[in-house]
Design a protein around this ligand. Sequence first.
Ligand code: IMP
Length: 421
Amino acid sequence: MANTILVGAQWGDEGKGKIIDVLTESADVVVRTQGGNNAGHTVFVGKKKFVLHLIPSGILRMRKTCVIGNGVVIDPVDLVAEIDHLAELGVKVKNLFISQSAHLVLPYHRELDEQREALKGKNKIGTTKRGIGPAYGDKAARTGLRMIDLISPERFASVLRDRINEHNEILKALGAKPLSYEQVHADYRKAGDRLKPYVTDTVVLLHKATQKGLEILFEGAQGTFLDIDHGTYPFVTSSNTTSGGACTGSGVPPNRIDRVVGVMKAYITRVGEGPLPTENPEIADMLHAMGREFGATTGRPRRCGWFDSVATRHATMVNGIDDLAVTNLDGLDSLETIKVCIGYRDGSAKYDYVTADIETLSKCKPVYAEFPGWKVSTSKAKSWKELPVKARGYLKAIAELSGAKLKIVSVGPAREQTIML
Ligand code: IMP
């Protein structure tokens, strides 16, 4: 399969979990490199539904090495709960390796996330409130705690006390309840003892894997336009969700990467605030009425709209996408006409890329091309030929507009509902 980075080409929730699961079959190692438990990757194995937040999807297949890389931020208490939940569902978490350099999400990060969102009022970002931004903030400010600290009891105790005292001052100033050092210490040390057997130097582990010629799949979380540098800032998450983040977040250098796969829905969705030029309430109502498009982590209804090829072309540029996986084609099955955004317009100005000027982007109006709908169910199609001609035409057009090769089409949540081209 070669070393492959998989990224979301839109605003997250592109159906990456399922595509990763399908690609994992031919990988040896699956690595998460950024984000934290703000992610929610849904995978169906038979009728069983799994929602993974921190653990790479490779855990659902036999004999795959799963790595949580240095670029991830880890809430250790939540990670233990995820391991236990998987055990209840019959999945033994073996072959998991956690980077000793990954930073911790602490209860004061979650509290700060909540308080800052409340303070922003109508300008809020709409975060998942998992403490992701404040945890990455501490990492950048060099005041974070890492997995290596968590599993060193004395070091953890002394540093944590100082950090809790500092953060309690901030929390008090914000009118929030201060945290009890004893409680946090007890909860985190307990989690630390459970996680210790998994913690290692994953950079060396991955280097050895590449030397042995093992194939690595880098499991991206969130999507291109939630990237801290390339997304619709400030309405973004706090990590590099684009392909470069896979290298910095794992320690595997760029010259060991063979291809980049971009995952995109056949339409578009977003959760949280911020611009979404092709947003369309009617599409949202249709998809929600079908029971689709509710967030895997927070359950929030997602905002929905028409496929935006300006955005996906930009994503191809920023990530170096070679191959495309289009998901949720079946969501459009009932439509008479399907629109695709082929450009943005703001007054007399035209844009064929996603401008970094958020005010301009918010004013941009989409320019649409129209495609005829196929109006039959695609969910049972097993091959390209079994797809309706109009659906094939639509897929070819959106891949061409996005500037990469169409390689995978997904017509439902099950592993079998995947067409490889
Ligand atoms: P945070 O990552 O919780 O700080 O949230 C920042 C923004 O990213 C918000 O708009 C969230 O809704 C969005 N976000 C974070 N994680 C995901 C995800 O896994 N899928 C989709 N959106 C996400």
